[in-house]
Design a protein around this ligand. Structure first.
Ligand code: R1P
Ligand code: URA
Length: 287
């Protein structure tokens, strides 16, 4: 079926609307970062950079690292941007831009986020690395899709009960990392756990500057949630959306985060650039 011009939006040069990319610009291994300045920090390790483009916060570089073609894309902040990036990335590989039809043979992408995050558990220090075994979506964005079948209902039920989750907030969703990618990026040196994906940095992550919170105990409830040994470890703003959309679209995804804050201890990294650089090397080593 032909996809309308208002749905699949192409720029005059044939590139897709926000990412400004054409199909030939995208590798099947994609590293996603929030900060556009993090893209060069990754590609400086590459043997060659074949392509660079930026529109708004979406900067892409595609190049070769140890013989492997990789695209690095910045997503900016938040799940609304992930909706754009994942849908446009998928369109680039799975929709024929000339006929505006979905291709018969679909391409699967490997999507790896290299992000930053705040830990909730006391024993996860700043400057450590964390792999998200699950994304816990609290943002509601994924409810625009038929996501429920991709989610872990037992975890959701236990979480709603444990937190007395307010009914007028979006229903939380637990979405698992891809097991193959999880194993690939696992090691003894990386923490693992459930990552809360929030719809904001302040109130939605329990930060108080001048505004009071609807539930001031929510971060403590996150900290004490434990179901068969699975615990919530950290908070950030993209992982659950990447996991959810990747599952729906048939791609594989894993999210790795440099822990910059420890919310329970009230600490923040004094060497955030170094820990991000170290996580980049950790990730590239395992690609
Ligand atoms: O460092 P990045 O990848 O942007 O990730 C984290 O940092 C931003 C907030 O400062 C949010 O995007 C959050 O998820
Ligand atoms: O606490 C933090 C740190 C980084 N990114 C977040 O979203 N939260």
């Amino acid at each position: 079926m032909l996809i309308k011009q208002s749905e699949l939006i192409l720029n005059p040069d044939g590139s897709i609307y926000h990412l400004n990319l054409k199909p030939e610009h995208v590798a099947t291994t994609v590293l996603l970062v929030g900060d556009q300045n993090r893209v060069d920090k990754i590609t400086k390790h590459f043997d060659a950079i074949e392509f660079t483009i930026q529109k708004r916060e979406f900067k892409t570089q595609t190049g070769i690292y140890q013989g492997k073609r990789i695209s690095v894309i910045s997503t900016g902040i938040g799940v609304d941007n992930i909706d754009i990036v994942l849908n446009e990335l998928d369109a680039l590989v799975n929709i024929d831009f000339a006929t505006r039809e979905i291709k018969k043979n679909l391409t699967r992408l490997d999507i790896i986020r290299i992000g930053t995050s705040g830990a909730i558990q006391k024993e996860i220090p700043v400057n450590s690395f964390l792999l998200s075994t699950y994304g816990l979506d609290t943002t509601g964005m994924l409810h625009a899709y038929n996501i429920v079948s991709q989610c872990q209902n037992k975890l959701k039920k236990a979480f709603v009960q444990h937190t007395s989750w307010q009914r007028n907030k979006a229903t939380p969703l637990f979405i698992k990392a891809n097991d193959t990618l999880k194993d690939k990026f696992d090691s003894f040196t990386i923490y693992k756990g459930i990552t809360v994906t929030s719809s904001g940095f302040y109130g939605p992550q329990g930060r108080i500057l001048r505004l009071a919170l609807q539930d001031p105990e929510l971060n403590t409830k996150f900290e004490t949630f434990n179901i068969e040994g699975l615990r919530i470890t950290n908070m950030e703003m993209e992982t659950s959306a990447i996991y959810g959309l990747a599952k729906l679209l048939g791609h594989r995804a894993v999210s790795l985060n440099a822990i910059l804050a420890n919310r329970t201890n009230g600490t923040f990294s004094r060497q955030s650039e170094k820990v991000i650089d170290d996580l980049i090397v950790y990730t590239l080593d395992r690609l």
